[in-house]
Write a protein that binds this ligand. Structure first.
Ligand SMILES: Cc1cc2nc3c(=O)[nH]c(=O)nc-3n(C[C@H](O)[C@H](O)[C@H](O)COP(=O)(O)OP(=O)(O)OC[C@H]3O[C@@H](n4cnc5c(N)ncnc54)[C@H](O)[C@@H]3O)c2cc1C
Length: 410
């Protein structure tokens, strides 16, 4: 009986165990799977995904939704196991789903627990041995096999330890290095941005639909639209978090000059907005500055923007000059805030960086220098945007690896 160990009972580890056990049974191959999980139960992180609803894949997934250096590497996994295949996999496990207009897929129950139940019940049904509260702290290559924690031997080893986001006591990097596999620098990603500007302070708890442009060394490198949220010294919301991946890489390389430019009225050009404000003043519909933006923006945002343009809310709009209106349009359409960094791993959804991709075969995820060693999920240097792309990668990489292991099992 070939012995396979999986370190990590998260999304990728559980999915890999279910798929490998299913394929081995179907193909009548003798494979015993043992899954090691450090925590007292498997899949704890899955339970908090998608605000407890688990956005398990995205129907519009393509390579551009992931870090640039990973796009070629992930293509074999995403091509063989695209989102539709993820849905078919979960239907086989008795989990049914629905998708929203952006292609984000959730369980029909809207409960992440349903996704975890599907995986853990299938693993149990197929005879996967699950060892919770068992942290693997030592791995060693010995006579063509893998020795775990100095005592148990396995023919195949799959590392599915995930990343450092929202995790204490991470040792995935140490396990890889012990096997001679290189690990890149890492940083938190899909995380809130921090700013030294006072602007968000007055808007604590406020949400506004906006377009954010990320400026690195004064150059626009990315743009995201969506709901922006504010708290003291912090910008959040999916659009801000999606920019954090590029920022993390910039800061990791020693970059310092970062800013966001916010367009609070993305539905109008600057000219159209200026024209609108002029008309509102001239028609007498808005007699005080404090009301000028009230039909366009949340009230608090309008007041904060008046302040940025050095305009007093209490003054009559009749006293506004053409220059005053142009200054107001500039802050509405292109308010620039310096970005000092991001929040840490405790607040992050994923880790960027990880096991170096050139150390693995993209068609199987087996390590080039260590036969029968595989790496899947977030532990690899693959990170996606918000929207189900990270779990899609976890499931696709897990199933690619499972197929490779079973195909190689006599
Ligand atoms: C708050 C939050 C919300 C998120 N929401 C979404 C979402 O809606 N959609 C989406 O696509 N992605 C989401 N993500 C990201 C997604 O959860 C991860 O990308 C995904 O879980 C990665 O799967 P993984 O199996 O590689 O790692 P994990 O799910 O992190 O699993 C790794 C497992 O390995 C165990 N482990 C680690 N080291 C050892 C060891 N040495 N010995 C034994 N066990 C070990 C850990 O305890 C853990 O259970 C979210 C993340 C967070 C934090």
């Amino acid at each position: 009986m070939r012995q396979m160990a999986i370190i990590g009972g998260g999304a990728a580890g559980l999915c890999c165990a279910c798929e490998a056990a299913h394929l081995a049974k179907k193909q009548k191959k003798a494979l015993q799977i043992t899954l090691f999980e450090a925590q007292n139960r498997v899949g704890k992180k899955l339970l908090v995904t998608g605000n407890g609803r688990c956005n398990l894949t995205n129907l519009q997934t393509n390579a551009e939704d992931y870090n640039e250096n990973a796009r070629d590497f992930i293509t074999p996994a995403l091509t063989r196991f695209p989102p539709q295949s993820t849905l078919a996999f979960f239907e086989r496990l008795g989990l049914f789903t629905h998708a929203d207009a952006a292609g984000r897929v959730y369980p029909l129950s809207n409960q992440a627990a349903g996704v975890l139940d599907a995986l853990r019940l299938e693993a149990a049904r197929l005879g996967v041995q699950v060892r919770t509260e068992t942290r693997v702290t030592a791995v060693k290559r010995q006579n063509g096999a893998f020795l775990l924690n100095g005592k148990e031997r396995f023919d195949v080893l799959v590392l599915a330890c995930g990343g450092k986001a929202a995790v204490k006591d991470y040792n995935g990097d140490a396990l890889l290095r012990a096997l001679g596999v290189p690990f890149t620098a890492t940083a938190p990603s899909l995380v809130k941005l921090t700013t030294t500007s006072d602007f968000p302070k007055a808007l604590k708890g406020v949400r506004a639909v906006a377009t954010l442009r990320l400026l690195l060394c004064g150059k626009a490198v990315a743009e995201e639209a969506g709901e922006l949220q504010f708290s003291e010294g912090v910008l959040s919301g999916i659009c801000a978090m999606n920019l954090s991946a590029k920022l993390g890489r910039f800061f990791a390389k020693g970059g310092t000059d970062a800013a966001v430019q916010i367009d609070f009225v993305p539905s109008m050009t600057s000219e159209a907005l200026l024209q609108t404000l002029r008309q509102l003043c001239a028609s007498g519909q808005r007699t005080l500055n404090e009301h000028l933006l009230s039909g366009l923006l949340p009230k608090q945002v309008g007041l904060a923007l008046l302040k940025q343009a050095n305009l007093s809310p209490a003054k009559p709009t009749a006293s506004l000059s053409g220059e005053n209106l142009e200054a107001l349009v500039r802050v509405c359409k292109a308010l620039r805030l310096p970005v000092s960094g991001t929040k840490g791993y405790a607040d992050a959804q994923v880790m960027l960086g990880g096991a170096r991709l050139d150390a693995f075969f993209p068609q199987t995820l087996e390590a080039k220098a260590v036969p029968q060693l595989y790496c899947i999920g977030e532990l690899l240097d693959v990170d996606g945007l918000c929207g189900g792309f990270n779990l899609q990668w976890a499931f696709a990489s897990a199933r690619l690896c499972a197929a490779a292991v079973v195909e190689g099992t006599p």
